[in-house]
Ligand binder design. Structure first.
Ligand code: HPA
Length: 289
């Protein structure tokens, strides 16, 4: 017997969607999810509504102290956005489905583009701490998938295609904006998502690099899988907080990761603002597909 209760899933999504529909006067096409050390962008949003996750029906409760939990609706430099300030992680004990619940809700509300930010460890030796990696592929090593269990056909297909997981036009736009903002440290690459919370051993670091990963982290992939399942376009930006080399492993300390991500924050903010100000074309495209 499956332990999945699809009717309960549907009911929870419907209750949450109805709750938010009542409170949001309109649904911006873009949602930005802010990761570790990257929350300052939220301060630049002119909010029309701030909802703590704890007040939203069926949202999981955030447990990590470096993450606040607010859904913000407002304008970022004149562009309407939703911001998920704070996220959930599998290492906190949530399933991938629970982690991705907010994205399921926002996709049902009609959001068209998901932009995620996170902090990650670099594996590509050409990367340096402070590099911003535009995600162009991923390895889901969570041992979980938010789409496990009965599929709800109205949410998306049973076997969603992942041959082009990250939107090529948004990647090109991000590269163009990085150039226009004169940002030096912009790279692209594959993000490996591990469950954590233990960090990588030297052998795991060597193995991940051998598997084609350019960076490793513990977040974002459940949300990205649900977003793609629902037909959203996805852009992922990883701040490379540290660079790990299997033959010269250094201790990886959370405070250092947060400090490095925070230091790269202003560059990431400039990039994000430039991107959302020029997403108009990409949004028009999504409305015809
Ligand atoms: N490994 C996993 N997750 C991380 C790292 C790392 O080195 N740095 C930031 N998040």
């Amino acid at each position: 017997m499956s332990h999945f209760d699809v009717n309960k899933d549907i009911q929870q999504v419907e209750e949450c969607v109805a709750f938010l529909r009542e409170r949001l006067s309109f649904i911006p096409p873009i949602v930005i999810q802010l990761g570790t050390g990257l929350g300052d962008l939220a301060l630049q949003v002119q909010p029309t509504l701030i909802l703590p996750y704890s007040t939203i029906p069926h949202f999981p409760a955030a447990t990590v102290s470096s993450h606040v939990g607010n859904l913000i609706a407002g304008h970022l430099h004149g562009v309407p956005v939703l911001v998920l300030h704070g996220r959930f992680h599998c290492y906190e004990g949530y399933s991938a489905k629970e982690v991705a619940f907010p994205i399921r809700i926002l996709s049902q509300l009609g959001v068209r583009i998901l932009i995620v930010t996170n902090a990650a460890g670099g594996l590509n030796p050409a990367f340096t701490p402070g590099s911003i990696m535009i995600m162009n592929d991923h390895l889901n090593l969570l041992g979980d998938n938010p789409l496990r269990g009965p599929n709800v056909e109205s949410w998306g297909p049973r076997f969603p295609d992942f041959s082009v997981p990250y939107d090529p036009k948004l990647i090109a736009l991000a590269q163009m904006c990085a150039h226009a903002c004169k940002l030096q440290n912009i790279v692209t690459g594959t993000y490996a998502c591990i469950p954590g919370p233990s960090l990588e051993t030297p052998a795991e670091t060597r193995w991940l690099r051998g598997c084609g990963a350019d960076a490793v982290g513990m977040s974002s992939i459940p949300e990205i899988i649900v977003a793609r399942h629902a037909g959203l376009k996805v852009l992922g930006l990883s701040v490379i907080a540290n660079v790990n080399s299997p033959d010269q492993m250094q201790p990886i300390i959370l405070e250092d990761i947060i400090a490095a991500a925070t230091a790269a924050g202003p560059q990431l903010e400039r990039l994000l603002i430039a991107i959302i100000q020029s997403t108009k074309g990409a949004i028009d495209d999504t409305q015809t597909t």
